[in-house]
Write a protein that binds this ligand. Sequence first.
Ligand SMILES: Nc1nc2c(c(=O)[nH]1)N[C@H]1C(S)=C(S)[C@@H](COP(=O)(O)O)O[C@H]1N2
Ligand SMILES: [Mo]
Length: 197
Amino acid sequence: MSFITRGFSGHRREPDPQLPPGQTLVHDWPVLSAGPTPHVDTSSWELVIRDETGTDHRWDWDGLMALGVEDVTVDIHCVTHWSRLSMEWRGVSVDKLFESVESEHEFVMAHSYGGYTTNIPLEDLLDGKAWIAVEADGEPLTPEHGGPARLLVPHLYFWKSAKWVRGLVMMPDDEPGFWEQNGYHLHGDPWREERYW
Ligand SMILES: Nc1nc2c(c(=O)[nH]1)N[C@H]1C(S)=C(S)[C@@H](COP(=O)(O)O)O[C@H]1N2
Ligand SMILES: [Mo]
């Protein structure tokens, strides 16, 4: 006689190796915005990188698309403890933008339409680690989720992924952005639980 009770023996669940400590899996996609949703049309959208000489490097929507979009499947981790795993995104690698920008500065302040800011070390944006995302789940990004374009930095907590991104300003030193001034960690690595400071 067989006493295999598949599904009942495994109640002590192994932690998902894709889930950083303290995170819980969600299957929906919560909207978290600190203010009203800006509505930005791709016809007036632009992205600016300002280097230490004060020079602005600009891309309009077509200029961004001309750099080439790529598909990426990544996990996202919000500091409020939810994670979504293996999410499909499409965007332009930040590496492509920096091909034409020279800077000695090691830190970046990301600025959004609407005024949100978040600080990120440049090395966390390069080498295939960050994108200017324009699609998620196979659809253009909705305004609520940062459309037409948002920063996607999936290896850091999701507050670093600035929605409605409009600019990156090079900085010689690390300075806190919006949530960082309000107690969130300067760096925000979910695997080290860099939540607050
Ligand atoms: N411009 C802007 N970007 C933002 C935020 C915001 O309030 N404004 N919230 C951050 C936080 S705390 C999180 S968790 C994610 C939420 O993105 P979502 O609403 O698409 O889930 O966006 C981040 N980027
Ligand atoms: Mo968040």
